[in-house]
Structures are given as C-alpha cells and as structure tokens.
Design a protein around this ligand. Sequence first.
Ligand code: NAP
Ligand code: LUD
Length: 320
Amino acid sequence: MWSSAVLSLRLRASCYQGNRRSLATVISGNKTSRLVRERLQQEVEKMRTLFSGFRPGLVVLQVGDRDDSNLYISTKLKAAAEIGIDAKHVRLPKTATQAEVLQSVLSVNANPSVHGLIVQLPLDSVNAMDTELITNAVSPEKDVDGLSCVNAGRLSRGELGGCFLPCTPSGCMELIRQTGVSVAGKHAVVIGRSKIVGAPMHDLLLWNHATVTTCHSKTPDLPAQVGRADVLVVGAGRAEMVRGEWVKEGAVVIDCGINHVPDETKASGKRVVGDVHYASANQRAGFITPVPGGVGPMTVAMLMENTVQSAQRFLLKNRS
Ligand code: NAP
Ligand code: LUD
C-alpha cells in the first residue's frame, strides 16, 4: 500500500518533469564585466611599470544633472578608479550653451594626457543642442563611445579593428560569446535602430557573419520577426514588450532595456525591468540576460576596455 503510493508519486513527478522545459541559462553581466575589469587592471599595471607611472586618461563630460546619468557616471568613475584609469568628471550646468559644450570637447581633444572622451547622453540642457554636432566634435582617436561618424562609418563597413566599438553593443557581443553560441550563419534579430544600441548592434552581428533583421517602431508583426531569431537583441525602451511566447525555443536573448516601473513593495516605489518579459522568456530561451545585472555592467566594462585600447594606441604612436 505504502510503496504503491510512493510509486504513484514518483510517476507523477517524472511526468511533470517530462512536460516541463528547463529554464534558460542566465548570462551574468556582473560576472563577465568583473572578469573584463580584472584583465584590464592587470594590463594597466603593466603599462604603468613599462612606461614609468603612465596611466590611461578618461574624461566623462556631462551637461546638466539627470539622476540616471549621475548613476551611470558614478559607476564608470568607480570602475575606472579600480582599474587604474585616471578618470575625470567634467560637469557643465544646464544653462551651458552649445558653444560652451563644444569648447569643452575641443579642450579635452587637445589634452594629450586624456585618451578617451565621452559625452554622456542625453544632454540635459535648457538650450537647444545639436547632439550629433557635439558627439562628432570628439576626436575619433579619443571617441571611446564609438559614436562619431568616423567610428560608426568604419563599423558599418566592417572595419572592426580600426574603430572604437560602441560600448553597449560591444558588451552584448561579449555576452553572446560567453554562451559558446557562434552567431555566424545564424539569424539575428535586433529591435531598435538608435545610434547607441540598435544600429551598431546590427553592424556588429552582420560583420560577425549573422544574417540580421533590424526592427523598429514601424515594423509590422514584431512577434513573427522575433520568432525567427536564433539571437535576439532588444533595445527599444519599452518595459517588458517582448513576450516569452514570441521567442524561438533555445534562442539567445540579450535585453538592453532599462525601464523603471512602479513597485509598491520597494522602498523607492519603483524597480528596473528590461524590454523583455523575463519570466516568460526564461521558459523558452536557451540563454537570457537579466535586468539589472546583464548588459548594463558590460557597457561600463567595454568603456574601460576602449579607454585602455586608446591609451595603448597612444603609447604605440608616441613612445616606441
Ligand atoms: P531610443 O533612442 O529611444 O531608440 C529606441 C528604438 O526602439 C528606436 O529605434 C525605436 O524605433 C524602437 N522602438 C521603440 N518602440 C518600439 C516598438 N514598439 N516596436 C519596435 N521598435 C520600437 O533608445 P536607446 O537609446 O536605443 O535605448 C533603448 C533601451 O536600451 C532603453 O531602455 C535604454 O535605457 C536602454 N539602454 C541601455 C543601455 C545599457 O547599457 N544597458 C545602454 C543604452 C540604452 P524608431 O527608430 O522607429 O523610433
Ligand atoms: N551616453 C551611455 N547614455 C545612457 N546598469 C550608459 C548605462 C550603466 N554617451 C553615452 O552608459 O554608454 C553611454 N554613452 N549609456 N548607459 C545607458 C546609456 C549614454 C546603462 C546602465 C548601466 C550605463 C548600469 O550600470 C546597471 C545594471 O543594468 O545592472 C544598474 C541599472 C539600474 O538602473 O539599477
């Protein structure tokens, strides 16, 4: 009697496991970014020894005082300090004119002890600003955000070794590499076509030999496009827009989205979610990035990587 009850329970348990798919493997951006930062710390240490105290220099230029930018910049400055990069935060007031912002960019361009310069976006100004003009004023040799036309153009032509790769897409590629899944010959779908995420992500996947579909706000039948993706990268800025049911079984899902949604259970009254509905996508994907702890920390790590690379190029040119 007792043993038949156990048998029936065992049978039920095994049926349940047979029907239930295992969850996706989580790709940790926290862990991967730590490994990148540790490697960079060692490289900077070597540069310091070989070139008598030399340190890579980074400037983060901010206009205004947005809370999200303040948080991202403080994370970047902390990472830089740990690695041994000499990072400076230049903050201009909201009232700064475009001419003043351009003047700051030009003065950093001219400073030989600075190897990387980024202008944190969006610009938080009371004055009209041409963001494109400002990001293009950054010298291409110091453009460690990879946002200038020169670097974006090189990337779009597949000259991957000759440009700075934009940090977020470069971080996404690093996370995809962690899965062991090669993108070559695969169908990749990117949602979003911004200069900072979607467009360079398309280029990077393409030149790593994926066949790429880039979707945007006018793309009809997004679920059908998503369903064809072996590799899916989402940067739309729409909280939990991509539903698990859309996702192809076993796909690699990379979520760039950072969205704040109300949550009364949190002291802050809000929490951060991605552009992918994590709980349902986790049931279908083979690999998935969390938010937070996924792409965000990689953006910071890849900025450090670009800065160290820029300093190495500087040394090669000037101190051989
Ligand atoms: P963005 O400049 O607003 O661009 C969003 C893109 O998504 C646009 O191309 C837009 O299409 C498209 N889109 C919007 N709604 C859509 C919809 N319903 N269906 C299909 N496509 C849609 O934003 P972004 O700067 O690229 O940022 C995107 C997200 O990534 C945001 O949540 C942002 O906070 C986050 N982000 C995260 C990191 C990180 O390090 N984790 C870095 C950068 C950005 P149109 O072109 O047609 O308007
Ligand atoms: N502008 C960026 N604007 C915004 N998340 C970042 C970012 C760290 N020029 C320029 O730094 O690369 C840039 N260059 N960006 N971003 C977004 C974008 C820019 C986003 C997230 C994080 C930088 C980050 O550390 C953490 C995570 O996802 O785990 C914490 C997220 C949170 O809000 O709690």
